[in-house]
Design a protein around this ligand. Structure first.
Ligand code: DOR
Length: 444
């Protein structure tokens, strides 16, 4: 009797750890049940001819703004943007209102996401002076992506600036800590450069390379002293990459598509405050250094740092304008364009967007196409030529710094635990995202 599946993806070019080749994939009960020649029938036959089947893309750094800033984004709009962009899981940051610094705030986000999130999700808890004692307990909670530390002030009030406080956070638990590394003292000292008003081109002068390097150097010393590993988010400088390359045992490294694609001063002249984010977009020499680090294996993952603000907010004069730009929907087409242009291989893309985040954060059952894993897939057409436009953006903010970007490579379908949730630019069915499971946490 032939095998029966819920879904068979037919004739796609499948990317696995073993290589890239034509294969069918059979899915049963939300998990991958067979890869290769899959005889049998299914409830749904999906013809993937001409498409590449990648493990679902995990965006491990997004800000979805709910609760508190729903005029910028919420869990429904932000995860719809993710699904439309080929992303199957997001890890969300704690600088909401209230901040995600208590078990109750984490539980509230999980409850809000139920039935409204289009993709699987987990939430970071923010480290703060008041909650250091309870971080270890919180990072064990189901649906918790880990602990996030802001060493420098960015959007919101979360801040752990002093060595003593960072050390206390590192001593508090056991999972890898995600860190925004900018040195607060230097930020305060240099703020006068822009205080009276300035061109956004000054953003990387105020928050200069030394500001980032100082924080990352301090952090690595604290990691050495405490033995707790960290993940340095959105690394932006050549100097940090050189340092991090010497400490692969202590820290993992994220870069963003925007730091790999945009460079100052051109982006500030063209986009003004829309190019303003923390840490800043820097000049071409840093951009090329990030690519070199990526090429040499120093970079572990790519996250979008999706940080929507409204156009109205962004139109405030610099530096009152908020820092951050959306990115969860554009991560896949922007990075596939770099693949098409020969800057990285498709397998390295998968390593950075699926296997990498899964490995760093200890995600259970996601991050590769393998039997028994969740049937999360990002189906892409590597030859599709399309232009990214603001009108395509589902984020409530309604804009992208990549408006007008001519992409080569496009997400055609997003499959979440065996259900097609996006096909040809349309969301399908209902929002059935679930909390991501981590190896260190109990099941929900
Ligand atoms: O530019 C940024 N925006 N960097 C951050 O660290 C926070 C983010 C936000 O939440 O707007």
């Amino acid at each position: 009797m032939p095998d029966r599946y819920d879904l068979i993806l037919r004739n796609g070019t499948v990317v696995t750890a073993a290589g890239i080749g034509l294969a069918d994939i059979g899915v049963r009960d939300g998990r991958i049940a067979a890869i290769g020649a899959v005889p049998g029938s299914a409830e749904l036959d999906f013809d993937a001819t001409g498409l590449h089947v990648l493990p679902g893309v995990i965006d491990s750094q997004v800000h979805l703004r709910e609760p508190g800033f729903e005029h910028k984004e919420d869990l429904a709009t932000g995860t719809a943007a993710a699904a439309l962009g080929g992303v199957t899981a997001v890890f969300e940051m704690p600088n909401t209102k209230p901040t995600t610094t208590t078990p109750e705030a984490l539980a509230d986000k999980l409850a809000r996401a139920a039935g409204r999130a289009w993709v699987d999700h987990a939430f970071f808890v923010g480290a703060a002076a008041e909650n250091i004692e309870s971080l270890a307990e919180m990072e064990r909670l189901p649906g918790c992506a880990g602990v996030k530390v802001f060493m420098g002030s960015s959007t919101g009030s979360l801040l752990v600036a002093e060595d003593e406080a960072v050390r206390a956070v590192l001593r508090s638990g056991f999972r890898r800590v995600a860190v925004h590394a900018e040195d607060e003292a230097r930020l305060v000292e240099r703020k006068a450069l822009v205080d009276g008003g300035a061109h956004p081109r000054m953003h990387p002068e105020w928050r200069d390379a030394e500001t980032a390097l100082r924080a990352t150097s301090r952090l690595l010393r604290l990691v050495e002293a405490t033995g707790r590993r960290v993940h340095v988010l959105h690394v932006t400088t050549a100097e940090e990459m050189a340092l991090l390359a010497r400490h692969r045992d202590l820290a993992s490294v994220e870069v963003t598509p925007q730091h790999l694609t945009l460079a100052g001063p051109e982006c500030y002249d063209r986009l003004g405050t829309l190019a303003q984010m923390n840490p800043p977009i820097r000049d071409e020499s840093h951009r090329l250094a990030l690519w070199r680090a990526l090429d040499q294996g120093v970079v572990d993952c790519i996250g979008s740092d999706h940080a929507p603000h409204t156009l109205d907010e962004k139109s405030k004069p610099y530096p009152q304008s908020p820092s951050g730009m959306p990115g969860v929907q554009t991560l896949v087409p922007v990075m596939l364009t770099h693949v098409a242009e020969g800057r990285l291989s498709l397998q390295r893309f998968v390593d950075l967007t699926s296997a990498g985040p899964a490995r760093l954060y200890g995600v259970a059952r996601k991050g590769r196409v393998a039997v028994g894993y969740d049937a999360d897939f990002t189906l892409v057409d590597l030859a599709a030529r399309r232009t990214i436009t603001n009108s395509w953006i589902a984020s409530r903010c309604g804009w992208t710094p990549f408006d007008g970007f001519k992409a080569i490579g496009w997400p055609i379908a997003t499959i979440l635990r065996g259900r097609v949730v996006m096909h040809d630019g349309q969301l399908i069915g209902d929002a059935a995202g679930r909390p991501v499971m981590f190896q260190e946490c109990g099941p929900l």
